[in-house]
Ligand binder design. Structure first.
Ligand code: UDP
Length: 224
């Protein structure tokens, strides 16, 4: 987490726009057949390993990786960094009211933090309104919670019009951080069973998660 934050800080200092992706096994599997998504991930300035599935694969394939940095765990330290550095944060996505609720929680927890929010959506009809809100706030750092791959494709499409230094796709992070979707208990996370808790609480994920065994087999068959 410390080195991820350090890298993000350096991206911000370098001006924008930069894309940061929080990659999980579902991203990897989708990118195998979705060339546009693969291109966007390849072009990202930083890809973080969102969960143990990616850390396991990376290590197995000979890549050094200290541990996962989930999008949901990144939001609070990032907000603290924004408050400390006087950077302006914008939360985009999730159901109406969710991002706004998280913004007020972050404001309470981080004195002086300039944060604003908009639920918006990834559809092109919403672009004008969304861009207006982001520009109006003079945002430096943008968190986008439209779910993958919509959030990464949206950032890529509007990258040069956002006016931010860094845009980060954070998936369902706003839902977890406002308690709309409970996170797995600590013991389950430590036992690397967060996926099981997620499946239990959101059974509709079963179709999306069906790719996980295929992912594991592909990784095991990949040359090191
Ligand atoms: N979402 C949204 N607009 C959309 C579709 C989804 O704001 O058109 C939000 C949704 O409310 C949720 C997030 O995107 O907060 C996706 O969460 P999910 O847990 O599916 O993302 P993951 O972390 O699995 O990519």
């Amino acid at each position: 987490m410390a080195s991820a934050l350090d890298r993000i800080e350096r991206l911000i200092d370098g001006g924008g726009p930069h894309l940061v992706a929080t990659v999980n096994p579902e991203f990897v599997m989708r990118a195998q057949k979705d060339r546009e998504f693969a291109r966007v991930l390849q072009a990202a300035d930083l890809c973080l390993a969102d969960g143990n599935g990616v850390v396991w694969a990376a290590r197995r394939l000979g890549c050094e990786m200290p541990g996962p940095v989930a999008g949901v765990d990144l939001v609070q330290p990032l907000a603290a960094m924004c408050a400390r550095r006087g950077l302006r944060l914008f939360l985009l996505g999730a159901a109406p009211g969710v991002a706004a609720e998280l913004a007020s929680r972050l404001r309470e927890a981080n004195e002086g933090l300039e944060v604003n929010a908009h639920s918006g959506g990834p559809e092109a009809e919403q672009d004008v309104e969304t861009l207006h809100r982001i520009h109006d706030h003079h945002a430096d750092v943008l968190l986008v919670a439209f779910g993958a791959p919509a959030q990464e494709m949206w950032i890529d499409r509007l990258k040069n019009r956002l006016g931010v230094s860094v845009a980060i796709g954070v998936g369902g992070a706003f839902d977890y951080l406002t308690g709309r979707v409970p996170r797995a208990p600590r013991w389950m996370r430590q036992a690397r069973l967060e996926w099981l808790a997620r499946l239990f609480r959101q059974p509709w994920r079963v179709r999306r998660m069906a790719v996980l065994p295929v992912y594991a087999i592909k990784v095991m068959r990949s040359p090191k």
